[in-house]
Design a protein around this ligand. Structure first.
Ligand SMILES: Nc1ncnc2c1ncn2[C@@H]1O[C@H](COP(=O)(O)OP(=O)(O)OP(=O)(O)O)[C@@H](O)[C@H]1O
Length: 236
């Protein structure tokens, strides 16, 4: 992924296997969000290819690609303020199945299940503005999982949260993994990444500088130099 002269993601090759949580770690501007955007077809690749179940998908339009079972959450909260929690979550199912939000009834079980799995029961009728920031982020996760994706990409889901809210999200992601949901998680909180992920990819200047078991990756000198040197003491 190049933007003019900026090599946002460059010569990167990764494999995601089913049922694991993959973390992407790297300093600001190292290409993490661009990688997620590419994986979900939000941007076109400059070169290279993407495969899902061995099938190429880098030319499939983003709108139809969502139906292949890939969902994402964004760096900033993107809920519709005028809708209730339940209606916001239902949007995730409607987007995939092409239904209108007012068509009630269908998919209600899925909506209730996603709300339950993300710990939002009792808040269905609230609007996002009435919820804590942590709860708003959980609504986003509920909206992303309501259509039962196979792959969930999360861009800094705990940004702006306190320690206990982060632990809550980490536990939720691990629960979803136990149910078989493969995830790619971008986060700056190193300890959370080590605690949550099965595998880490470390990036710098758009390139992969290390990958493997989280505890080993964060000990690699190149990773510490690129990222942890400055932040390690803040996070661990
Ligand atoms: N649409 C764009 N046009 C031009 N340059 C871009 C665009 N999107 C990203 N970039 C550049 O690509 C590089 C990687 O950006 P990206 O947002 O992917 O990094 P990041 O690792 O997600 O950073 P952060 O941790 O701050 O979110 C940066 O130099 C950024 O300025």
């Amino acid at each position: 992924m190049h933007f003019g002269g900026v090599k946002a993601v460059d010569g990167l090759s990764i494999d995601l296997t089913e049922g694991s949580i993959f973390g992407v770690l790297g300093p600001n501007g190292s290409g993490k969000s661009t990688l997620l955007a590419a994986l979900t077809r939000f941007v076109d690749l400059t070169a290279g290819s993407l495969h899902l179940d061995g099938e190429e998908y880098h030319r499939i339009p983003a709108a139809t690609f969502a139906r292949r079972g890939v969902a994402r959450t964004f760096q900033t909260v993107r809920l519709l303020p005028g809708l209730t929690v339940e209606e916001n979550v239902r949007l995730g199912a409607d987007r995939i199945r092409g239904r209108g939000i007012r068509e009630r009834g269908k998919g209600d079980d899925d909506v209730a299940e996603a709300i339950g799995r993300t710990g939002l029961r009792g808040l269905e009728r609230h609007r996002p503005g009435e919820l804590s920031y942590g709860a708003q982020r959980r609504v986003e996760i509920a909206r992303a999982i309501v259509a039962k994706p196979r792959l969930l990409l999360l861009d800094e889901p705990t940004a702006g949260m306190n320690q206990s809210e982060r632990q809550e999200i980490s536990a939720l992601l691990r629960e979803l993994r136990e149910e078989g949901l493969t995830q790619v998680l971008v986060e700056h909180d190193v300890q959370m990444m080590v605690d949550t992920c099965d595998h880490l990819f470390a990036m710098n200047f758009g390139k992969l500088i290390a990958d493997g078991v989280p505890a080993s990756v964060v000990r690699e000198p190149a990773v510490r130099e690129a990222y942890l040197g400055k932040r390690w003491s803040e996070h661990v």
